[in-house]
Design a protein around this ligand. Structure first.
Ligand SMILES: Nc1nc2c(c(=O)[nH]1)N[C@H]1C(S)=C(S)[C@@H](COP(=O)(O)O)O[C@H]1N2
Ligand SMILES: [Mo]
Length: 510
């Protein structure tokens, strides 16, 4: 083997190890995210039964009565979660919020590492090893593949054609595809660019999954071939820079490196489960401001390319069953009011009549849940901006807190929370930024698909905010409170799901 002609510069060796470190975190947290909705579709109707890939064989009926409170057959999308094992996934159990914090943190680290690597590749001139310069690469790669198939190691100075082609594809095709299909899943992104391929969340999600599988195949194939080429001499190159390096030192450093990567992976699970808020806060440093920067200019648009709604809309959060909501339900919600208070010049108590006399807005939009599913529906209601004009927020007001009549009985009844947490409000609430509330497509909806808003979707009023994830869109809303910040509300995370459930981020743009 003429591999002696290959020596690896220090920057290549370091970025290779960091790459390994971040990839392990991305694989594990990605798996966590997948399992919150282990179903894959090609279009954003995401109709149950239309999956091209589904883990588990659970089929769910789509014909249940969304108008009733006690519909025993109502299922929520949360019932479709398949909690993964903490051995594989990060953090494990049912914790998509935390999985996402790790995933975004890992993605940022991995992207920076990759950018440094590619930069160094070109500056140093090493790129010629990787970037094919002639079409002969294809027949040569086929020959190399044939040798491997006969369990022979192809001879080449430097990388053989198959290696070159594979590494090139992973670095210059697969990696950018993963970054882009990740970003394109953001509701904020679609809201801004509704008319092109990037706006199909399920397509991007599916490609992202296929890329994930491709990365796994590459990783295992890569390690297998390293072993076939002579494990310790190959490791000598990536650890110390030369295949002639001391084998003892190579072994010691490899064991150390692998121990650090897997040790950190174990630590990541442990700290996430033990100190979730600390972990969340640490992982949000740098990442959250960056995501906000990336998406802050993205506001929802008025045009949409879809003229019709989806056949079926999933539900998340089951209708309240408390006496107060029941009374309103039996009364056709006639006495329901929306109170507007907090940091406002004019406190309001808006009746159904008053709300229907205000501007009415209607549009079709895609709903994006943090779990990954989507649907299109038509919404009708009062733009939040009309309510803002009327109540006149004071200068200090920065957030709107939407309070609801939803006691989240399904969580206490399932025994998931043995005792209510005294720090968490008794009812579902979510906070959104005032700037988000002022977007043209943020509304208090009272109609869906041309009829009254069904009970299961939040009757009589629910928030719609088209550039964010579903959990921000509180259903069964009774009160809008304007505040400067939400530190003193609940556990201070900006919402019920943010407080209680899976450490959902309070910036819900992606
Ligand atoms: N009151 C209340 N609002 C809620 C929820 C909830 O559990 N309770 N779930 C949220 C989540 S996670 C999603 S995805 C959307 C789902 O809206 P839909 O049921 O109308 O499809 O509602 C959001 N609003
Ligand atoms: Mo959701």
């Amino acid at each position: 083997m003429a591999a002696e002609s290959l020596s690896y510069p220090w920057w290549l060796r370091i970025t290779h190890w960091f790459n390994f470190f971040f990839i392990i975190l991305l694989f594990r947290s990605g798996y966590e995210i997948i399992m919150t909705h282990p179903k894959f579709y090609w279009n954003d109707d995401a109709t149950p039964g239309d999956e091209w890939l589904r883990v588990g064989d659970e089929e769910r009926s789509t014909d249940f009565d969304k108008e009733v409170i006690d519909g025993e057959d109502i299922w929520a999308a949360e019932d479709e979660i398949d909690p993964p094992s903490a051995l594989i996934s990060l953090p494990g159990r049912d914790a998509v919020g935390m999985g996402r914090h790790w995933h975004f943190w890992g993605a940022l680290g991995w992207t920076i590492c990759g950018a440094l690597y590619v930069g160094a590749l070109f500056v140093s001139g090493e790129w010629t090893r990787l970037v094919p310069t002639s079409l002969d690469i294809f027949p040569q790669a086929a020959n190399a593949l044939a040798s491997y198939a006969q369990l022979q190691i192809p001879h080449a100075a430097g990388y053989n054609a198959l290696q070159q082609l594979t590494y090139f594809s992973v670095i210059f095709i697969l990696s950018p595809v993963m970054i882009l299909t990740g970003i394109f899943q953001a509701p904020a992104f679609r809201a801004h660019f509704p008319d092109w391929f990037g706006a199909n969340r399920q397509l991007n999600r599916s490609i992202h999954l296929i890329g994930f599988v491709a990365f796994n195949v590459f990783l295992f194939g890569h390690v297998a071939l390293v072993a076939a080429h002579g494990f310790w001499s190959e490791m000598g190159k990536i650890v110390l820079g030369s295949s002639a390096a001391s084998t003892d030192l190579t072994i010691a450093l490899t064991v150390l490196g692998v121990a650090i990567v897997f040790g950190f992976a174990a630590f990541a699970t442990w700290i996430s489960l033990k100190r979730p808020y600390l972990t969340q806060t640490a992982l949000e440093i740098g990442v959250d401001p960056l995501l906000r920067k990336l998406f802050q200019r993205v506001s929802s648009v008025d045009d949409d390319d879809r003229a019709f709604e989806s056949e079926f809309a999933r539900v998340n959060g089951k209708p309240p069953r408390n006496d107060e909501y029941r009374r309103h339900y039996e009364d056709d919600f006639e006495e329901w009011t929306i109170s507007v208070d907090g940091l406002v010049e004019n406190e309001l108590e808006l009746s159904n009549e008053e709300l229907r006399e205000m501007n009415k807005q209607e549009y079709i939009a895609r709903h994006d849940c943090i779990q990954g599913w989507t649907y299109y529906a038509q919404w009708g209601g009062v733009p939040l901006s009309a309510i803002i004009d009327r109540c006149e927020p004071t200068e200090d007001a920065e957030w709107l807190v939407f309070w609801t009549l939803d006691e989240k009985w399904e969580y206490s009844e399932d025994g998931e929370f043995e005792e209510p947490d005294p720090e968490v409000p008794d009812f579902y609430y979510e906070a959104i930024r005032l700037t988000k509330a002022e977007e043209p497509r943020t509304m208090l909806a009272y109609e869906m698909n041309g009829g009254d808003l069904p009970v299961a979707h939040g009757a009589p009023y629910r928030l719609r905010i088209e550039s964010q994830l579903g959990y921000k869109m509180a259903k069964w809303v009774t009160r809008i409170e304007f505040v400067e910040d939400f530190d003193d509300i609940g556990k201070g995370n900006g919402g019920w799901r943010d407080d209680v459930l899976h450490y959902y981020p309070n910036s819900a743009d992606i």
